[in-house]
Design a protein around this ligand. Sequence first.
Ligand SMILES: Nc1ncnc2c1ncn2[C@@H]1O[C@H](COP(=O)(O)OP(=O)(O)OP(=O)(O)O)[C@@H](O)[C@H]1O
Ligand SMILES: [Mg+2]
Length: 254
Amino acid sequence: MATATAVEIAGLEHSFGGLEVIARMDVSLNAGEVRGIVGPSGCGKSTLLELVSGLREPSAGAIAVHGSTSARDRLASCAFMPQRDLLLPWLSAIDNAAIALRNRGASRREARSAAHPLFERFGLAGFEGTRPAELSGGMRQRIAFLRTLLAGKPVLLLDEPFASLDAITRAEMQEWLAEALAAESRSVILVSHDVEEALYLSDRVTVLSPRPARAVAEISAPAPRARPRLESVTDPAFTAARERALEALTEASA
Ligand SMILES: Nc1ncnc2c1ncn2[C@@H]1O[C@H](COP(=O)(O)OP(=O)(O)OP(=O)(O)O)[C@@H](O)[C@H]1O
Ligand SMILES: [Mg+2]
C-alpha cells in the first residue's frame, strides 16, 4: 500500500532579493513521520519552515501540503512553533496555550477546558495560571509546544524548539518531546542544528548544506524514539547514524 504523503517539496528555490537562500530542494514527508532537518547556522532552515507553513511563497518550485500547493491551504494545515517562544506576557500559561482556540471563537472557559488535560498530560499541572515571566525556559518551551499542538493542525513545524536551553534541561525536554510525539499522529518537521537531537527525535534526518541550502543526505534514525535518551544515543547503530550525518555536514561545508 502506498504511504500517504503529508508534505511534498519539489524543486524548491528561494531568494531574498539577490540573496539565494534555498538552492534546489526536494523533500518528501510521509503522513505521521517526524523529519529532522539539520544544517549550519544561517543556511535557510527557518526560511524553509516559513515556506512550508504558507507564510511565504517560494521563488520557484512547489510545496504541497496534503496535496494542495495553495498558501492558504498550507496555512490551514500547518502549526508553526517559531524559534523564539513568543508567549504573550500578559496572558497566563493556559491562556497562551489555548490561544488558537480563542482565535477560532471559543469562549475563555471552553478554551481552558480543552487545554487543561494537556497540562496534566505534559507535566504542567499547577502552572495553568502562571505568567510566562515566572516560568523557567523549559516550561516556556513546553507551553509554546502545547500552543502548537492545540492549534489542532495535522502538520507541526518546530523551529529549534530547545536551542535556548541549558544542556540538562535540553536533554529532559528531548525525552519529553519524544514521548509527546509518540502519542500523536501528526506529521512533523523539526529543525535543529544539533545532529544528535534531530536523530533522537526523528524517523529520518535531512542534512542541509550551508546557504544556499541543498539537501545533501537523508539518514534514517535507528532507535525507536520513546526509549530513554541515554540508551538511544549510546546505541552503536545510533552512533553510526550520527557519524554519517556529521560527515555529510562537514563534507557539504568543505
Ligand atoms: N526576511 C528576510 N529578508 C532578507 N533576508 C532574510 C530574511 N529572512 C532570512 N534572511 C536571510 O536568509 C538566510 C537564511 O536565514 P534563516 O533564518 O532561514 O537561516 P537558519 O538556518 O534558520 O539560521 P539559524 O541557524 O541562525 O536559525 C540568512 O542569511 C538570513 O539573513
Ligand atoms: Mg533559524
